[in-house]
Structures are given as C-alpha cells and as structure tokens.
Design a protein around this ligand. Structure first.
Ligand SMILES: Cc1cc2nc3c(=O)[nH]c(=O)nc-3n(C[C@H](O)[C@H](O)[C@H](O)COP(=O)(O)OP(=O)(O)OC[C@H]3O[C@@H](n4cnc5c(N)ncnc54)[C@H](O)[C@@H]3O)c2cc1C
Length: 388
C-alpha cells in the first residue's frame, strides 16, 4: 500500500517530478540538520532556505509566464508533506515563503510583479503574511494596525505578532485598517524608512518557526505596494487561510505517518518476553488504532484538498480537516512515542520533534474553537438535509 497514492495519481508527470525533487532534498543532510538544530534548541540554518530556493520550488504555484511551475494545490500539498515527514516547522516555514510568491504571481499588479516577483522567487526577498497582532489573532475585527494616506503612498503604524520567519524576513504582507475602517493589505519592505523593529518570540521546541513580533512606526510604503482592489483584502486573506488550513492538516497527516512508521519499525525489531513487541496484542492494537485514525484523517484531508484544488467551496471541510488532522496527529504521535518506551524520548528518535512542532499547528490558521465555530455556523446548510 502506498499511503499517498490517491494524491499522486492526480498529479501530472512534471508535478510528480517536483515532489521527487523535494523528497530528494529532504532525505539528505537536511533531515539530520533539522533534528540537530531542534536538539540544540535553535532554528535550522538559513542556508537551507537558499538551497531550497535554488531548487526552484518557491515558485511552485507561480504562473509559468512568471518563471514558476504553475503547480496544482495537490502538488503543493505533496511537496509540503515530503518535508513535514522530516520536520513540521521547516515545511511550514518554506511553504509560508512560497505562498508569498504565489500571491504576487496570481493576484499582483504589473508593478508588484516587477518589484517583488524575482527576488521572492529566488529567495533573495523572504516574506510572510502578517495578520496577527499582540492583543489577539482570532478576532480580526479587533485589528489595530493603522494605514494613513501620505504623499505618494501609505504610512503604517502597528505591531504584528507571531509572524513565521519573522526573525529573518525582509518583507511582509500586512493587513491594516484604513482611516475609514476598511481593511487593506500592503507589501511592506524592511528596507523602507523608517525601518521596522523586530523581536523574536522564543518558543521552546519551535525555534525553527523563527517567530517574531514586528513593530512599524510610521513605516512608509509606496502606492504600488497596496495589494488587491479596495474591499478585496479581507476576502483574499480569508481565502488563503482556508487553503492554508487544508495544507496544515496535510502536513500533520505526513508527520503522523512518519511517526507511525518509526514506531512500527522499532516495535517490529525490538523483542520483549521472547517475541517482537509488535506481536504483543496490547501494543499492536494501540498502533493499529493510530493507523486507523491516520487513515480517517487522510481521507478527510484528501476530500478537502480535492475541493480546494477544483476551486469548489471548502470552508467547512477545511475547518474540519484541520481540526481533525492536527488533533489526530498530536494524539497519535504521543501514542507512537509511548509505544517505543524510553527509546521514543531519546535524541535519536524524531517523534519528540514532530510532536513539539505539530503542537504549534493547533494555533496557526485557526484555533480549534474558531474552527468549531466555523463548522457550526453552517450546520443547517451543510447537514440539515438528508443526503440523496
Ligand atoms: C507556529 C505559528 C505560526 C504562525 N504564523 C503566523 C504568520 O505567519 N502570520 C500571522 O499573521 N499569524 C501567525 N500566527 C498566529 C496565529 O494565526 C494565531 O496564533 C491564531 O490566529 C490565534 O490567535 P491567538 O494566538 O492570538 O489566540 P487568541 O485569538 O487570543 O485565542 C486564545 C484562545 O481563545 C480561544 N478563543 C478565541 N476566540 C474564541 C471564541 N469566539 N470562542 C471560543 N474560544 C475562543 C482560542 O481558540 C484560543 O484557544 C502563527 C502562530 C503560530 C503558533
């Protein structure tokens, strides 16, 4: 049985080649570096971001006429999963960078593409979406960063928090409030004056996310840096969050699949009371339960991923699959770790890293409570009728 065969069957040969390229990249020294950095309590070395960019995968979903691969959402998921097997945070960070390339290629103006696309695609310009603020992330209505009209552009004042790659990024897509209350997005470059200040938010076990708080005080951006048509910023942010939920869920499934493989291999090889651990029914049933829930999570993620891929409505499915896959991964990775006895907690085992990093996925792109609110809002519409 090939676990991800459903996805791979829908990829073009060129997309399968991209996934293989990503897999090859991750399987070498990179995977050892992720584990070593985690054990030191540090981020993985940023030179790996440069190498990843050199592989051409940051432009995965950028249009071919912009130098990208024009890959499908399913391909993007498979590339992220190839890396999430080795480290969840690294996969999250690199896909976050890639998302900024996609946004400018697919929705940017000619001026934005001219200024930003090549540096974003080659990794010379690292950027992130910046919505969350220190006073709260779930409630976008409370967003306080202010954008004021000035001669030739906009002046931004406010603080963004929990920004991925925040300690190293050179730019960010800031969601801000205009003076009339409307929300708007701006591409903010670190180099523009006055420079924004940053401070790392150190997260034990999650340093590879490179989370930071970034403060802008009258930071001026030119007119061309306003993204989307007036009135379109919130809708665009919500649409990208929706796809991101499915994406995070898919990575959680890949992390759990890797953890289960490690636990099954270990308990097949290690003996206790005269036979392999896996031959003891109690332990076998525990790992079987993990396998069962992993399959259920994967089936839900696949259903949601196909909907996003085909541009069908997926708000409920996206919320469902993110909550279920992340919860399943957290529970399942803990089971796998426990099934390996003390060896599961040792530095030689990857599961503690996968568990620590996946735990943080529970917050990004919608907390469990927010996801349940999202599902509940459409209960009558989605589940109020008997299916034909
Ligand atoms: C690894 C990581 C990477 C991230 N990357 C980025 C990034 O690149 N860009 C970015 O903008 N943000 C990023 N974030 C921030 C993330 O989007 C926020 O953490 C998330 O939106 C939740 O906001 P909060 O942490 O402020 O929690 P809050 O919104 O303050 O919520 C706190 C708690 O209250 C609960 N709660 C809130 N409202 C309700 C309600 N109505 N009913 C019931 N319970 C409720 C929540 O579920 C949660 O448990 C990242 C976060 C993490 C952990």
């Amino acid at each position: 049985m090939v676990f991800f065969e459903q996805y791979d069957a829908l990829l073009s040969p060129a997309e399968r080649d991209l996934v293989a390229r990503a897999r090859g990249f991750c399987a070498g020294d990179f995977t050892a570096e992720l584990q070593a950095a985690f054990l030191r309590g540090e981020s993985f070395d940023r030179r790996w971001i440069t190498s990843w960019a050199a592989l051409g995968i940051l432009g995965l979903q950028a249009k071919p006429e912009h130098g990208g691969h024009g890959a499908s959402f399913l391909c993007k998921i498979r590339v992220a999963q190839a890396m999430a097997r080795h480290g969840f945070a690294a996969a999250f960070c690199l896909n976050n960078l890639q998302g900024q390339v996609t946004r400018i290629s697919q929705a940017g103006t000619a001026a934005q593409r001219e200024q930003l696309l090549e540096p974003l695609c080659t990794g010379r310009l690292l950027a992130a979406p910046a919505l969350t603020e220190p006073q709260g992330g779930s409630d976008l209505g409370a967003l306080a960063t202010l954008a004021r009209r000035v001669e030739g552009g906009w002046s931004l004042t406010g603080t963004k928090a929990w920004i991925t790659n925040g300690t190293i990024l050179d730019g960010m897509t800031v969601l801000a409030r205009l003076e009339d209350g409307e929300l708007a997005s701006f591409f903010v470059l670190a180099g523009a004056a006055p420079a924004f200040t940053r401070q790392e938010i150190a997260v034990p076990g999650g340093r590879s996310f490179r989370l930071a708080e970034l403060r802008m005080e009258g930071h001026v951006v030119p007119n061309w840096a306003r993204l989307h048509q007036p009135g379109g910023a919130l809708k665009a942010a919500m649409e990208s969050v929706n796809a991101a939920r499915v994406h995070v869920a898919a990575m959680a499934v890949a992390s759990l699949q890797a953890g289960l493989a490690e636990a099954v291999r270990f308990s097949g090889a290690r003996h206790a009371f005269g036979r392999p651990l896996l031959d003891h029914q109690g332990l076998r049933w525990e790992l079987s339960e993990v396998a069962l829930r992993l399959e259920a999570a994967n089936a839900l993620v696949f259903r949601a991923a196909c909907a996003v891929n085909e541009r069908r409505p997926a708000i409920t499915l996206a919320a469902q699959c993110k909550k279920f896959a992340v919860d399943t991964a957290l529970w399942g990775l803990a089971q796998c770790l426990r099934a390996m006895g003390a060896a599961g907690a040792a530095a030689t085992c990857r599961i503690p890293m996968l568990l620590a990093e996946t735990r943080l996925a529970a917050f990004g792109d919608g907390t469990n409570e927010l996801l349940m609110n999202r599902i509940g809002r459409n209960l009558s519409r989605d589940y109020g009728e008997e299916a034909p």
